[in-house]
Design a protein around this ligand. Structure first.
Ligand SMILES: Cc1ncc(COP(=O)(O)O)c(C=O)c1O
Length: 436
């Protein structure tokens, strides 16, 4: 039955079904630019790489040009006279960003880039003392986070190999259980200064139980911070209510704000205005009302803006502002519902394709434990080569991560059921069936 095919095998799920699902559950693709396909039978790419870089909203260009025009028209006076004056420009982003992550405006700021924000927050919140020096991360943390925490340990004169604890899934399992983290905290929590985990893991797509882990970390006396690069705009977040100490996220993935876009930062209200917290400062850390008094000593506000340092890059703020407006219009709850439907559909098709092929979906099956991304382990051949073939032979844009993972993210704002169907169809045609 599974002899090599002369005609590439196709999946049994009908293409028409995907088209019909798109007609009844259309999403907001019309608001985005979708790249053309690089190969295959369809004019547009099936873009499943929004977990890496989100697509460009159609509105972004005009909004960006308007900010550029203000500079042309006003020169320096644009700080006060531009249609969106530059001095308080970042404030336009605060409330929508706060809504997106379930925070209060005073707890939220858009600034810098992700790893920079993690460092600035660790300056305040990683304060090793006595036996309590450890930093807990996932073994599959994104490398930037690993490098960041190791360098923080060195900064404090500690040995990173002893200081950084990397939690691994149980033998034979692909993802961490909540209990793996909370058990560690219950037994060794008195040695832990900081827990810094990815809300959604970049590699496996696993959504950790942020409230349960935050509670366990804090109960153990540690500070709990979250890297929300793969969670912001992907899953509903309630950072304030969950009691998270701090968090940071980027805006170039699910927030569709362009390559290297500005990041977000959150500090819980209970830490705001705490004069004992060490913090790096610049002229944007001082209260805006005193900024031009040109005094030698800052007067930081009791908000997360105290963590700002430099005046913000206006042309980078425009795309974030435009994108956050979209999230406000559509709303995270509706996006999450469509996300579960789309990813559920992709899962169903991948189950069929992987049944006879050396492919395994490693993302947890429980919808409470994933966002939109499904990660597939490729047991034979190279995931990187496969991703190239998907793109050039089928117009499917996904990505590969070493050593053997393909990542597919149907993004509820713009991905379609037909995109998901194309993924499964392309995998069926590209990956040889295993003869049993
Ligand atoms: C989970 C995670 N953390 C950190 C980063 C690094 O972010 P940046 O280069 O914006 O600092 C990335 C980049 O993709 C990421 O996926």
């Amino acid at each position: 039955m599974n002899a090599p095919h002369s005609v590439p095998p196709r999946i049994t799920a009908p293409e028409d079904e995907a088209r019909q699902l798109d007609a009844t559950d259309p999403g907001h693709r019309h608001l985005f630019h979708v790249p053309p396909a690089d190969g295959g039978r369809y004019p547009e790419a099936a873009y499943l790489a929004g977990n890496s870089l989100g697509l460009q909203p159609r509105a972004t260009r005009e909004e960006l040009l308007a900010d550029l025009d203000a500079w042309r028209q006003f020169g320096v006076e644009g700080h006060l006279e531009a249609q969106r004056p530059w001095l308080p420009y970042h404030e336009l982003l605060t409330e929508p960003a706060a809504r997106l992550v379930g925070a209060r405006p005073a707890e939220t700021v858009v600034m810098n880039s992700l790893t920079v924000n993690l460092h600035l927050l660790m300056v305040s919140f990683y304060r090793p003392a006595g036996r309590r020096t450890r930093i807990v991360i996932e073994d599959s943390a994104f490398p930037s986070d690993s490098y960041a925490v190791r360098s923080q340990a060195r900064f404090h004169g500690l040995d990173p190999d002893e200081t950084v604890v990397r939690l691994r899934p149980r033998p034979g399992e692909d993802t961490l259980r909540t209990g793996d983290v909370t058990d560690y905290l219950a037994t060794a929590g008195d040695r832990v200064a900081l827990v810094l985990l990815g809300g959604v893991n970049y590699l496996t797509g696993e959504l950790l139980d942020i409230p349960a882990i935050t509670e366990a970390g804090r109960a153990a006396g540690a500070i709990v911070g979250w890297d929300l690069a793969h969670a912001a705009g992907n899953v509903p977040l309630h950072l304030h209510d969950w009691g998270v100490d701090f968090a940071a996220w980027c805006s170039y993935k699910y927030l569709n704000s362009g390559p290297g876009a500005l990041a977000g930062a959150f500090v819980h209200e209970r830490h705001l205005g705490d004069p004992t917290l060490p913090r790096f400062e610049g002229w944007w850390s001082t209260d805006a009302a005193t900024r031009f008094e040109m005094t030698p000593v800052s007067r930081p506000p009791a908000t997360v803006e105290a963590w700002q340092i430099s005046n913000p890059p206006i042309f980078s703020m425009g795309p974030v502002r435009t994108s956050l407006e979209l999230f406000d219009t559509v709303g995270m709850p509706a996006l999450r519902e469509r996300s579960l439907r789309l990813t559920g559909y992709l899962r169903r098709l991948l189950d069929e394709v992987s049944a006879d092929r050396p492919l395994t979906v490693v993302t947890p099956r429980d919808p409470q434990r994933h966002g939109c991304q499904l990660s597939v382990r490729v047991a034979a051949g190279s995931a990187a080569e496969l991703s190239k073939r998907l793109r050039h032979e089928h117009g499917v844009i996904a990505d590969a991560r070493e050593p053997d993972i393909l990542r597919f993210a149907p993004v509820p704002l713009y991905s379609t059921y037909h995109d998901c169907w194309r993924v499964a169809d392309a995998l069926a045609a590209t990956v040889a069936e295993v003869t049993r």
